[in-house]
Design a protein around this ligand. Structure first.
Ligand code: BGP
Length: 462
């Protein structure tokens, strides 16, 4: 296929709590992720001495990052998306001063990337926040969190201003609707009104972080991060189409606020119709006016929407309760595979916002088998990624401004939804199972060589 733009960034994306391990090293505090041993939808289990969780070591990236980064460099990465664990910088969340050991760790990580000419893209909060802020302040439901987050953001912008020029605020900010503890630090049974108030505080904090980034690092760009949950109507019945519009708006709302600087009318109506009162002050309104520089999103699947309640009932409990699309195949985890949907979504987002787009997650979670020859023959992963990247190329041809592509989990890591290691995304295999057995040794899969060629030819080999 035609080569991608010269400036296109190629790479992968990881998150601190899914790779680092070392959960009690360097003065790190306990995060919400540390007390969710069964993943982002799982219940809270407060840590007792001696408890063991798969994330405690994860893939030991905290200690092994030089080796892993050199493997990324071997594939030709020009970008690596990482996150900073907020609890390494502010262990409880409400300290006055940042923890030097945490800052020093990320200093060395960014230096290592610079050695290999890999541009870091840094998420401020990827599915974790200090557990102290949940226990003692009630999570994002409490307005005080805005100031704590701003202090954290300003500290890392100031420290890393010469090393990091691409930033993201909250990972998949719209996930708070489905996993409140993971997103906004609220109990899973919180009311819609409580969740939207907490989301509002987070949106204000996100805008204040954008403002701080612009002040402290004028040559940086900072984006939001959405779970790109594109929905199709199951049929062409007008009721299905209307409901699809509303479902898509339930997540696009976050992008609307972050790109346009105010709440859209349809959301205010939703609040009115559902008796939801959100406390939005004049200074919140002013803060929201600072908008992001680019939009980033994850893309794994699409789903369908129907007004037929019986079909909806059957779909409850599926991932995000989506009605399956009869025309698509699914991954082993029931995620429906839809490369063309990525082209549609890129076009939709470009049409809606006219801001540059960055695909910061995409990939196939699968059970891999390490062969006797020390590799994994993951043709299924190659074909998934190839098909999606072809559609990215088509969207670029459609005139969409795409900055880059960082696929999810270029090295096997702990899954967010189930906290298991057997759901693998990587080009690099990690010898560790769900019980924590294994040497943690790394091995190149077949897809490693495939991706290397894609990057070397700037998409020409797709
Ligand atoms: C996204 C998250 C990631 C990641 C990915 C894959 O929602 O931002 O953290 O894990 O999904 O999901 P899973 O790990 O559940 O397969």
């Amino acid at each position: 296929m035609k080569a991608f733009p010269e400036t296109f960034l190629w790479g992968g994306a990881i998150a601190a709590n899914q790779v680092e391990g070392a959960w009690q090293e360097g003065g790190k505090g306990i995060s919400t992720s540390d007390v969710q041993p069964h993943g982002v939808f799982g219940e809270v289990a407060e840590r007792q001495p001696g408890d063991f969780g798969i994330k405690d070591v994860a893939i030991d990236f905290y200690h092994r990052y030089p080796e892993d980064i050199s493997l990324f460099a071997e594939m030709g990465f020009s970008c690596l998306r990482v996150s900073i664990a907020w609890t390494r910088i502010f262990p409880q969340g409400d300290e006055q001063e940042p923890n030097e050991a945490g800052l020093a760790y990320y200093d060395s990580l960014f230096d290592e990337l610079a050695k290999h000419n890999i541009t870091p893209m840094v998420t401020l909060s990827h599915y974790e926040m200090p557990w102290g802020l949940v226990k003692h302040y009630g999570g994002w439901g409490n307005r005080e969190l805005i100031a704590f987050f701003e202090r954290y953001a300003r500290s890392v912008f100031t420290r890393f201003k010469n090393k990091v020029k691409l930033w993201l605020t909250f990972n998949e900010i719209n996930m708070s609707l489905h996993a409140p503890l993971t997103g906004v630090g609220l109990p899973e049974n919180s009311s819609k009104a409580e969740i939207y108030q907490a989301i509002h505080h987070q949106l204000v904090a996100s805008a204040l972080a954008v403002k701080a980034c612009h002040e402290i690092i004028p040559d940086a760009r900072i984006g939001n991060m959405l779970l790109g949950g594109l929905m199709y109507p199951l049929t062409c019945k007008p009721d299905d189409v209307l409901k699809t519009l509303q479902e898509n708006r339930s997540w696009l709302f976050f992008g609307d606020v972050q790109c346009r600087g105010e709440y859209p009318g349809y959301m205010l109506r939703y609040f009115r119709d559902n008796g939801i009162e959100v406390d939005i002050t004049e200074s919140d309104r002013q803060a929201l006016k600072t908008t992001i520089d680019f939009i980033s999103f994850s893309y794994y699947m699409t789903g369908c929407v129907t007004a037929d309640e019986e079909l909806n009932e059957k779909a409850r409990g599926n991932i995000l309760s989506m009605v399956p699309n009869p025309h698509l195949a699914s991954s082993e985890w029931g995620w429906q595979i839809d490369p063309v949907g990525l082209r549609i979504l890129l076009n939709e987002l470009w049409d809606r916002y006219q801001k540059p787009l960055f695909i910061v997650e995409n990939g196939l979670g699968a059970k891999d088998k390490l062969e006797a020859d020390g590799t994994v023959h993951d043709d299924y992963r190659i074909s998934y990624l190839n098909d999606h990247l072809v559609q990215v190329g088509e969207a670029i041809d459609d005139g969409v401004h795409v900055l880059g592509y960082t696929c999810w989990g270029p090295i096997d890591l702990v899954s967010a939804s189930k906290a298991e290691l057997s759901k693998r995304y990587g080009f690099i295999y990690v010898d560790r199972d769900d019980q924590g057995n294994g040497t943690l040794a790394r091995a190149r899969k077949k897809s490693f060589h495939w991706y290397k060629e894609v990057i070397a030819t700037n998409g020409g080999s797709l």
